[in-house]
Design a protein around this ligand. Sequence first.
Ligand code: ADP
Ligand code: MG
Length: 279
Amino acid sequence: MANPIIQVRGLRKVYRIGREQVVALDNINLEIPAGEVCCIVGTSGSGKSTLLNQLAGLEKPTRGTVLIGGRSISALSENELARFRQKNVGFVFQSYNLMATMTAMENVAMPLIFRGVGKMRRERASRRILKEVGLLNRARHKPSQMSGGQQQRVGIARAFVAKPKIIFADEPTGNLDTRTTIEVMRMMVRLCKENNQTLILVTHDTEIAQYADRIVTIRDGNIISDVPNETPVAHLGESEADGAAQEELEDVDAIAQAVGLMKPENTEAAETAEGEMDE
Ligand code: ADP
Ligand code: MG
């Protein structure tokens, strides 16, 4: 494969809780070329979120490597990883992860603050991307004053505002109705294609997978199928958004961690301790 942006080799992730062992990823090998919209599909518990967290360097693998742009991310320290994510990665979540006390505009501008971009340029870039997602007229609204679909469009604007090379989306339409799902999927694919960004999308929904250039299916932590999608759903047009409720998030640090802008709290060091003992 010419110039893969992501290379995964022999990736394995075992969680340990007390004496219990969960093999979340068994042996994953995968190459993703720059500019591809790749969908990882699988049922609940198949290891999708674990894989995404490994690709983004949010968790350390038990074994194997993840190379991004040819560079092994496991060689990076937590601080280097946080900087790497600030520079190269955007995230979109099922639960939006917006700051409840901030306006749409302020939420969108967050990654630019972490990149040290000045106020004027931040506002210009945020305005531009809010316009792209059709929400310029909601720039001063708080998340609670917007529908679920609108909130997810703010989430998308935040993920794209700094033009990261890679966007990770974990069940981005999981809380949305059918019409809003179509709108959100089209929007993400369109933005990626416009700027030759790579989108790794995770979902349990095989219909969502039809938007991707390639569909990778995982089961029990292994890839069971990896096929190109010859006829990805067109990514044109826009429509109205619809509603869904959201848990209010108030803590800037928690959000910044959740969206990959800060290094995560060292919570699961115990489970992810090196290696597996009894194999
Ligand atoms: P999916 O996103 O496909 O629903 P996950 O990647 O979240 O699946 O989980 C895969 C498996 O790993 C599941 O059996 C889940 O219970 C387990 N798992 C995920 N995260 C953890 C964790 N932090 N600690 C222990 N087990 C986990
Ligand atoms: Mg998941």
